[in-house]
Ligand binder design. Sequence first.
Ligand code: UDP
Length: 251
Amino acid sequence: MTHYTLGALLYEGKAKRVFATDQSDLVAVEYKDDATAFNALKKAQLAGKGELNCQISARLFELLERDGIPTHYLELQEPNWMLVRPVTIVPVEVVIRNTAFGSLCKQMPIEPGTPLDPPLLDLYYKDDAFGDPLLTDARLERLGVLTLAQRQELERLAVAVNASLRRFFDGIGLQLVDFKIELGFTADGTLVVADEISPDTCRLWDQQVSDASDRILDKDRFRQDLGGVVEAYGEVLKRVQGACHAPRSGK
Ligand code: UDP
């Protein structure tokens, strides 16, 4: 059990709050019930969402760890709180797509649902004021936030995350359509997977359901006003729980 005292609010994002603790190598993350989409143009409170995403993320971070992928995650605390290592987030969102959907099909002549083999890896500049634009190699170089070796490591980790998550979700009857991850540098300069991994950041389709709307178990239920958002996330957690040990817990 980790003893710590909560300190100042360091950062508040759309779905989480990050707090300092009295220990410099620990920060606490609170998962909120706020739901946002379309660069926060659409907002709602979904009771229970924060806890579901926290519980799903904790188990998925532990899965990645077991597969040798470093993450910021340390342990669960309260149902919607986890302790993580402090990191400096790289302002680049990494998206891997196994199946074409979402923005890709609005920007390219690719039918939604088309399998992508090999998976497509896209990098976006993480900045809401600019609407998280797609990065080119030249723009990434111009940004100057990653050396070539760091960029290669970031992409290597993202590909490893895809392999790990895809295998896991396939085993619980869920198709991992695509996902976004964020990575950060720890104090010693190690690049680790950070932020969260949940139905807010992954597209997950129920493999047993053929209906194109009914099979959606992720944030597209909120984006598309399909209803049943919390119920869908609950179904994801139920399946994840069935395939994982209880996560490390400080309580
Ligand atoms: N995604 C995310 N945060 C973002 C943008 C995308 O978590 O700011 C996730 C999204 O949930 C999906 C994947 O990244 O799983 C690919 O999203 P896409 O580029 O298709 O954008 P969207 O259609 O969601 O606008």
